[in-house]
Design a protein around this ligand. Structure first.
Ligand SMILES: NC(=O)c1ccc[n+]([C@@H]2O[C@H](COP(=O)([O-])OP(=O)(O)OC[C@H]3O[C@@H](n4cnc5c(N)ncnc54)[C@H](O)[C@@H]3O)[C@@H](O)[C@H]2O)c1
Ligand SMILES: [Zn+2]
Length: 377
């Protein structure tokens, strides 16, 4: 199957439990070549919709479609313009219409070929088309491999905020193939490592250090090192989402960096990439934790060093307008009864548990702390 041959070098397989029975995340160079077997198992009609943005479709769709055809399977292409601006109910509607027009039935499946935007959109189409059809994830960005393709969250943005309309819909399998990264530029590769650093920061300080020490091969897309990072990140995320699929408790630690991060994205009208927003958000939230006396002194600086190893930003000009950011945080899904919560990070690798997973922060206190942040880079 083009661009790298047919051989498969496996870096591991991580099982993820879910209410629908669980699914494997298979990580390997060439693992995309196993898509026909997965589709044959998921779609008794042998027909699948392949949802991709036009950029990824131009690079990878033909290979995939001919591999499927070689196994007597039919791919129905459903493409949309790249970018977060496409993650809308309108695109969801247009993609659904393509599936309807192709007369796909409940015996089809939906394949997501792309980054996190595609996975969220395609997953939401799969969750809702004919009340739900099987869904296969082929993540093509580091962010999607390391984070977005695992956990079953799907959905679209709303003018009032990110991911406000969606559903939980677990995939039947995730095929994470680092070979896809050969066509992704370094800046986009770096963005996914913000989420990997997050996994280390909240759950495994040793992993966070390992990541920073391997930043060069990770940014270069060295398949074996990327494969190891994907396996470890998925293990860590799977451990959390398997225990709390619908975000009642423990899963909230995955929101570390996202309370401030989502506000920054919203403030930028989604022009700030998610990975950058999370990198800045993690440093800011660690600093808030330090100021409130829950995080060990120096935690924010440690995180700053980790994200900097990947060339990711640790500050942003919008932090100079804390009032506006805090107003956006109040509107976020993570506020409960109108109170802003941030994840209680105590030191690298350790967070609060149970009711202390997050802490409420008063709005005026947040404004004061963010106002006092060092406005570096
Ligand atoms: N569902 C979840 O749990 C979850 C978790 C984290 C993030 N997300 C979502 O993920 C999205 C961000 O994901 P993303 O950064 O992957 O964005 P993306 O899907 O928009 O991809 C970024 C860009 O890279 C291009 N691209 C993708 N793969 C490529 C490849 N192999 N070669 C060349 N170009 C390629 C795309 O065309 C796009 O322009 C956000 O919407 C975020 O909310 C979801
Ligand atoms: Zn994220």
């Amino acid at each position: 199957m083009g661009k790298g041959g047919r051989s498969l070098i496996s870096y591991g397989e991580v099982p993820v439990r879910s209410s629908s029975g669980g699914y494997p995340v298979r990580v390997g160079s060439g693992v995309r070549g196993t898509l026909p077997q997965v589709v044959a198992g998921a779609a008794t009609s042998g027909r699948c919709a392949v949802i991709a943005d036009e950029r990824v479709a131009g690079l990878w769709y033909d290979d995939l479609a001919s591999a499927l055809a070689g196994h007597g399977l039919e791919a129905v292409p459903a493409f949309f313009p790249p970018g977060e601006a496409s993650k809308t109910r309108e695109t969801w509607g247009a993609l659904t219409d393509v599936l309807m027009d192709a007369r796909l039935g409940r015996d089809c499946c939906v394949v997501s070929l792309g980054g996190g935007v595609t996975g969220d959109l395609a997953g939401f189409v799969a969750a809702t088309f004919l009340r739900g059809v099987p869904f296969v994830q082929l993540p093509t960005t580091t962010l999607a491999m390391i984070d977005a393709s695992v956990g079953g969250k799907t959905g679209v943005d709303h003018p009032l905020g990110k991911n406000l309309v969606g559903a939980f819909h677990a995939p039947v399998a995730v095929l994470a193939d680092p070979d896809f990264l050969t066509t992704l530029d370094t800046g986009l590769r770096a963005q996914g490592y913000a989420e990997a650093v997050k996994h280390g920061v909240i759950l495994d300080a040793g992993y966070a250090g390992w990541l920073a020490s391997r930043a060069r091969p990770l940014l270069d897309g060295d398949a074996e090192v990327v494969g190891r990072a994907v396996v470890r990140s998925v293990e860590l995320k799977a451990g959390v989402v398997s225990a709390d699929e619908f975000e009642g408790g423990r899963r909230r630690i995955l929101n570390f960096g996202h309370t401030v991060g989502h506000a920054l994205e919203l403030e930028s009208a989604f022009t700030l990439p998610h990975g950058h927003a999370v990198a800045v958000g993690m440093v800011a939230e660690a600093r808030i934790g330090e100021e409130l006396g829950v995080a060990a002194a120096g935690t924010a600086d440690e995180i700053r060093a980790l994200v900097s190893a990947f060339g990711l930003p640790s500050s942003h000009p919008s932090l100079a307008h804390p009032q506006r950011l805090v107003a956006l945080m109040v509107r976020d899904k993570k506020t409960r009864s109108g109170v802003i919560h941030i994840v209680r990070l105590e030191e690298l690798g350790r967070t609060g548990v149970g009711d202390a997973t997050t802490i409420p922060v008063r709005e005026d206190e947040l404004v004061r702390i963010i106002e006092g942040s060092p406005a570096d880079n």
